[in-house]
Design a protein around this ligand. Structure first.
Ligand code: GRG
Length: 314
């Protein structure tokens, strides 16, 4: 069977399904990053396609040096239940587009008002504010177009589209952002803080894991195990983000450090302190690892990603 896929840009995707499975976590990660990059390159509209300024700005936003945590989680979860690589590459690309839309809009003057992202000028600084708004809008649409082209059954495409739409909806990422924006100077308790982060950051991370698994027709038991993993790693990711905002420098993060305290935002660090925040992140990491019993495929990438999320430096 020919596994090349013709995507939105019209260029066939290379056949990256036939390469042997990498042995170490690092080799696995590099292979996934390579597949994600190729798929994003092919799936995003070309920068000379009209309107060229918008397409160029979309590519600037997405093809910058992100960590690609969501694509990595999608692949790792898919491989844990033996999903096929071409579908995972396409779904991973859609997840990264959705994530980047949220970053571009979050950086806007009306929201976090930041001029640095991934070590480079934010989209509204590099281009202009109206272009940045449209880049976010178009990336969100492009994510759904991409999912509608995933090489899975039509029924599975609908499941993937629904999963992503719910994750970024007013009860997921966008709702979490709304609560976050209204929490400046507010007195949140730890349960409210957790709820906000589960929506704002956790929902898309959770969807990344589930969507990888949905590419294979897996059992409800396996999905339940992966849900537990995703819930734990999603919250751990945010706690580590709070820790890094308080402890790392701007050059290392590639975005402005210390913004939470400056903006009087409640965070795990402001509420629990650094030591307890680190302990909580470790505990959640252990919970994530424990969820990974008896999955039918390869689980070392999911284990490796716990370490990567908890011990990351940016
Ligand atoms: C504007 C609709 C809308 C939503 C924004 C996710 C988000 C909601 C805002 C991002 C702000 C932020 C710093 C959130 C904390 C966690 C987070 C998502 C960090 C950025 O994700 P990384 O670290 O970034 O995966 P890279 O650049 O590596 O992809």
């Amino acid at each position: 069977m020919n596994n090349s896929h013709r995507m939105a840009s019209g260029t066939p995707l290379p056949n990256i399904d036939q390469t042997p499975a990498p042995q170490t976590f690092e080799a696995w990660k590099q292979a996934v990053l390579h597949g994600t990059e190729l798929t994003l390159q092919h799936t995003l509209p070309a920068s000379n396609e009209t309107p060229a300024r918008l397409h160029e700005a979309m590519r600037y936003a997405v093809l910058g040096p992100g960590k690609r945590v969501r694509p990595l989680l999608c692949h790792a979860a898919g491989e844990a239940v033996a999903a096929r690589c071409p579908a995972l590459n396409v779904v991973a690309a859609a997840l990264e587009m959705m994530h980047v839309y949220s970053l571009v809009h979050d950086d806007l003057p009306a929201m976090d008002d930041d001029d640095l992202r991934r070590g480079r000028a934010t989209v509204h600084v590099q281009y202009d504010e109206a272009t940045a708004i449209l880049v976010g809008d178009a990336l969100q649409a492009q994510a759904f177009i991409t999912l509608s082209q995933a090489p899975v059954s039509a029924a599975c495409q609908v499941l993937l589209i629904r999963e992503l739409a719910i994750a970024v909806s007013s009860t997921g990422m966008v709702g979490g952002q709304m609560i976050d924006l209204s929490s400046i100077d507010a007195e949140l308790d730890i349960a409210q803080l957790e709820h906000m982060h589960r929506m704002k950051t956790g929902a898309l991370i959770h969807a990344s894991v589930r969507m990888g698994a949905l590419c294979a027709e897996t059992t409800q038991e396996n999905l339940d195990r992966l849900d537990r993993y995703a819930n734990a790693i999603g919250l751990a990711f945010q706690i580590v983000d709070d820790i890094l905002d308080a402890t790392a420098d701007t050059a290392t993060l590639g975005k402005t450090a210390g913004k939470d305290a400056k903006n009087h935002k409640p965070t795990y660090v402001s509420m629990l302190g650094l030591k307890r925040s680190r302990q909580l992140a470790q505990q959640l990491g252990e919970q994530a690892q424990q969820a990974l019993t008896t999955l039918p495929g390869r689980t070392d990438p999911l284990h490796g990603l716990v370490d990567l999320v908890i011990n990351r430096l940016h």
